[in-house]
Structure formats: structure tokens, C-alpha cells
Design a protein around this ligand. Sequence first.
Ligand code: NAD
Length: 494
Amino acid sequence: MLQTDIDRVRTADIPPQGMIINGQWQASRSEEVLDVISPIDGRTFTTIPRGTKADVEAAVASARQSFETGAWRNMPLMARKAILLKWADLIEADTLALTVLGVRDNGTEIGMAEKAEAGSAIRTIRYYAEAIDKIYGEVAPTADSHLGMILREPVGVVAAIVPWNFPLMIGAWKLAPSLAVGNSVVLKPAETASLSLLRLVHLAHEAGLPEGVLNVVTGTGDVVGDALSASMDVDILAFTGSGRVGGLILQNAGRSNCKRCYLELGGKSPNVVFADALDMEQAADATIGGIFRNAGQVCVAGSRLLVEESAKAEFVEMLNDRVATFRTGDPLRIDTQAGAINNAGQLEQIEQHVETAVSQGAELLAGGHRLHQETGGFYFAPTILDQVAPESSVFRNEVFGPVLSVTGFSDEMEAASLANSTDYGLAAAVFTRDLGRAHRMVRSIKAGVVHVNCYGGPDITVPLTGMKQSGNGSDKSLHALDKFVDLKTAWIAL
Ligand code: NAD
């Protein structure tokens, strides 16, 4: 992507947006709208409908009807696959406009957004489209008197509720496997990152997805998300977001139809650097990328650096050097390393986390303040907090911003114990040249993904699974398909 191309479309007028129900752009039944504020400059640049419970009911009814008529689930597999592949092609052709639109809405730096948003959505949709005709049923090892067949069937209506940090990537992780196996879907984007998903779903219809199979209701979580999780006609709720909202969703599921809930929640991921790391400079680069890309608004961010005491002073100095030249700013500049914080409320929370950390004894080595306030946008400096005690708040709680806490350890056992001493279990990293130690740490850290000598980058072929309070169920890989099917047994007397 070239800067001149980005600049050409960065101020394009975006008309007021509609929701997509039964293939049609629609206003909210209340006719109310929400302002879409760009975190780049704090200005409103369009509106989205403020969805109501009645809108949710209409979208769920549309999804249910499309499922029952079988327009999608009974379509020949090759035709279903062709539509999904065409969808991915249309997204690829639209990458520039789609990516810039998303960045104006959510603030992710454009280099990252190109790869992790449009790029990831394309790869994900192609991956699950290709899987459609490669997943077989099973024949059970029964006695000769019977044939036991295990069939996989689409479940019905899936509701997908997604956050604002990577709407296209996380949206595609839910939409593509749900649709590939034949379900119908109602999607609820975050209120501060809806635009690129609306465009993505529009492209799905252009690719030939039948009306009603994929619906979008925009609006606030406490109304639209609440109505989806309380719906008696949603079969599966696939959620990515905070633990607080995950808990509310489970309560609603229990009070309604006991729908199946998959919750991908937050993290406080340890990044463990041993003094015997292969290459300290490379470990420092990976540590910086692991916490500061997308301004730390990454569920798997390596927000807790655990570093062996004998190497700590030198390593922290390397980090400080890198932070001194780190470019946080306009996310639509291709040389920007971290863009904006998604919204004003989140910016305030990040500031409070840092204040609390310092009041609890952390030493502020870098950052700790807002940036570029003259733009009206929401920016926070990459922040390093040293001497962070394991019992302190910033060691245990997710900040979801560019804040790295640093804690020393003296041996492998202490490193593993510190790594596991939060309620989360999403991701981790270990830097060491000792293969045995790397394997021991992979086994002892309770996290869905443990990186060794790198941070980030696992592709669509491997699952992302939360452990402990980071959730359940796997996004990505063929395992994700299991979430969206029912297993049915056919037991046949021979
Ligand atoms: P959030 O929980 O506030 O919101 C997520 C979504 O839930 C939004 O669409 C929101 O509108 C909706 N929502 C809000 N209240 C709701 C309610 N009462 N009922 C139903 N839905 C409701 O999270 P966020 O601030 O948008 O995103 C940040 C969080 O997401 C962080 O905790 C981050 O770690 C997590 N996250 C996790 C993963 C993962 O794969 N585990 C990936 C990305 C983000």
C-alpha cells in the first residue's frame, strides 16, 4: 500500500450507514443513530444506526428463516465454497478502501491493519472455504450388527459479538467457520468499530451470499448484545471481548435457552526473557512489537515482561532505546508504528492504570502520558513500568493499552510461577537458547499459545484458545469448525 493511495482515500465522505438485515440496508427501528468518532482526530465522520431489541428480533428472524429454507445450508458444497472464495477475492480487490475505512474508525496503524485486518480476513475466509469439502463424517467401530455413523450438521443461528481492536480479523474468525458449515449468522460489531465489518458483509452479498444468511445489527452492547445473548432463537453465541461482558452473556444464556457460548476474553500475557536468550537484540525487538503494536490493544499483548535478574538492566536499557525512537501517531501514515487508542474512555482508563501502578510502587521508565493532544485524537505514549510487584494491580489486570510492566526473576521455577500468577491464560512467550528449558516452559505455562523466541504471528492453521479466565473454545484452525456443528449419531441395524 502506498502513502499516496492512502492519502487519496483518507478523507472520503462516508454517508450515514445502515444495518444489514435480510440483505437490505436499514435504519434502526427507533431511527436513532450513534456518532462515529475517529480516534485519529476526535471528529465525527459518519453515523451508524443505534440498534434496538426489535432490530435484533428482526435480524434473528431473518437468520432463522434463511436457515430453515435451506438456501445456504442445503446449497451444493461447491457452490457454497465458490461464494466464499468470491467473497475473499472481492475483499482483496477492496483492500485499500476497506483498510483505510477501518483505520479511520478504530485507529490501528495502517501497516498492521493491512496485514491483520483485510489480509487476515481474506486468508481466513479462503481457509474455511477450502475446508468445506474436506471434512468427513465418521463411522464408529461397532459390532457387525449395527452401523454407527457420526454426522456433522450446522446448528442454526449463530450470534457473533466482536470487539473493536481487530474487527475484520476477529469477525472473520467467527463468520467464516460458521458460514462454511452452513449456519446463518447475526453479527454485532463494536459500536466504535462497525464500518469495516458493514462493508465486509456488503461484499458477501455482492459475492452471492443469499439474503438473510448474514445480518448485522449495529448499536450498543447493553441493548443489541444483551438482546442477542438473551434471545430464545439464537443457538450459539460466539463472543470476543472483556471478561465482564462474557459473564453477562453467560447469565443471559442461562436465563434464556441455555445457548452454547464461546467466550474469547482478555489476557495479561507473560513474556519471559532468560539471560541465555539466543539474541537479546532480537528479543528486545519482539518484546516491543509484542506490547506496543496496535498501541497495546491486542488480546495476546505481551504486557508483563519477566526478565532474569542477571540480564535485566541491560535488557531494559535496550527497550528504553527502542521506545525513545518509537513512532506513535497518525495511523494512516505507513511509517507509524502504533496508532491511536480506540476511544476517549479507553484512553482515560489507560492513564488511570499507570497512575495506580506508580502509586503502588512501580517506577515509570518511559511514557505514562498522552501524545498529540493538539490533533484532538486519542494517543498514549509507549510506557514502561519497572519494579512491578506481583501483587500490584498492573501485574494482574489487563490494561489494553501500550503499557509494559517489568518484573525480575532469579530462576526457571520462579519464572514459571510468576508467569502463571494471574487469572488469565491467553498467550505467553519464552526467550532462551536452551531447548530443554523452552519445552519445560511451554508445558508449565498455562496459556493457549506459548511463543518461543518470537512474539506473535501464529497463522490461521493453529488455534487460539483461552485458558482460565481468558475464555474457552478455539478461534482459528480446523478445530474452530467443531464449535459451529452438532454431532448427530445415525445408529443403523444391519
Ligand atoms: P467489550 O467486552 O467491552 O465489548 C466487546 C463487544 O461486546 C462489543 O461489541 C460490545 O458492544 C459488546 N457488549 C458490551 N456490553 C455487552 C452486553 N451487556 N451484552 C452483550 N454484548 C455486550 O470489549 P472491548 O473493550 O470491545 O474489547 C476489549 C476486550 O476484548 C479486551 O478484554 C481484550 O482482551 C478482549 N479481546 C479478546 C480476544 C481473544 O481472542 N481472546 C481478542 C480481542 C480482544
